[in-house]
Write a protein that binds this ligand. Structure first.
Ligand SMILES: Nc1ccn([C@@H]2O[C@H](COP(=O)(O)OP(=O)(O)OP(=O)(O)O)[C@@H](O)[C@H]2O)c(=O)n1
Ligand SMILES: C[C@](O)(CO)[C@H](O)COP(=O)(O)O
Length: 240
């Protein structure tokens, strides 16, 4: 028999924010609930997380006006790890904080925040973020900028911008739960993502390799791209 103490299982929470209005998309039904080959972005990413045994619980954050769309999106699911949804706020920052507040009672060790509008997150990305959190306070998926970058005035290019060291942020963005909650409680104002919020506290954040497939549905073009992606349009995948 081994003398080494038994390590308690880590509690890994997923927080899916889906309370946005999709103003850039501009549809009546919010983009995260629009069907992509019959299954909406929100349900697609939710299923990916539920398929992972490492996930202890999932907190969703939705808009009050979307309760019917949400009920339809989770139809047929019977998994006790899916917690009752919380309501979001005016901004993504507020929605994340509401989700963190709801999760606090579950005492997670770590939390991975994901956009409900990113349909095609992969198990590989989720596992890589989780693995990095074994040794870091924070880690997120991102892709290096590979294109040449130009500053422009209107449609007139003015000066090149160095692309070295630039990354395109994706989600999931993972954190030690206490680190993210403390950072959110101290943070004032808006932020593009949670990395910005913990960086404001000086937390070191590691980058893990994202995936071009893990794009966010922001405009109607993205929904068409998602339809092509599901249809297995390899030309489209190669292009990205
Ligand atoms: N008040 C908000 C704003 C955004 N989100 C979520 O955060 C993610 C960020 O993606 P984004 O494209 O910015 O979503 P929207 O805010 O809906 O889009 P837009 O900015 O075009 O209005 C989405 O899953 C969105 O539902 C949220 O939960 N609560
Ligand atoms: C967290 C994020 O997905 C990073 O790409 C963020 O929500 C992006 O929002 P944006 O307003 O489309 O930049």
């Amino acid at each position: 028999m081994s003398d080494s103490p038994v390590q308690p299982k880590k509690v890994t929470a997923i927080l899916i924010v889906a309370a946005g209005r999709g103003r850039r998309f501009g549809s009546d039904v919010p983009k995260q609930y629009l069907p992509i080959a019959g299954i909406c972005a929100f349900r697609r990413c939710l299923d990916t997380f539920l398929d992972l045994a490492e996930v202890s619980c999932i907190q969703t954050v939705i808009h009050r006006d979307d309760q019917q769309a949400y009920a339809q999106a989770i139809e047929g699911l019977n998994d006790s790890r899916l917690l009752p949804a919380s309501f979001g706020g005016e901004t993504r920052v507020e929605s994340v904080l509401n989700g963190l507040t709801a999760l606090a009672d579950h005492k997670p060790d770590t939390v991975l925040v994901h956009d409900g509008a990113r349909a095609f997150v992969t198990q590989r990305i989720v596992r890589d973020v989780m693995a990095e959190l074994m040794q870091s306070d924070a880690a997120f998926a991102a892709l290096p900028v590979v294109d040449a970058l130009w500053r422009a005035e209107g449609d007139r290019a003015t000066s090149p911008v160095a692309r070295d060291g630039l990354w395109r942020a994706q989600t999931p963005q993972g954190f030690r739960f206490d680190v993210l909650r403390e950072a959110h409680l101290a943070y004032q104002g808006d932020a593009a993502d949670d990395v910005e919020i913990v960086r404001a506290m000086g937390t070191q954040v590691k980058i893990v390799c994202g995936d071009p497939a893990n794009f966010k549905i922001t405009t109607p073009d993205d929904l068409q791209r998602a339809e092509r992606f599901v249809a297995g349009d390899t030309a489209d995948k190669a292009q990205r």
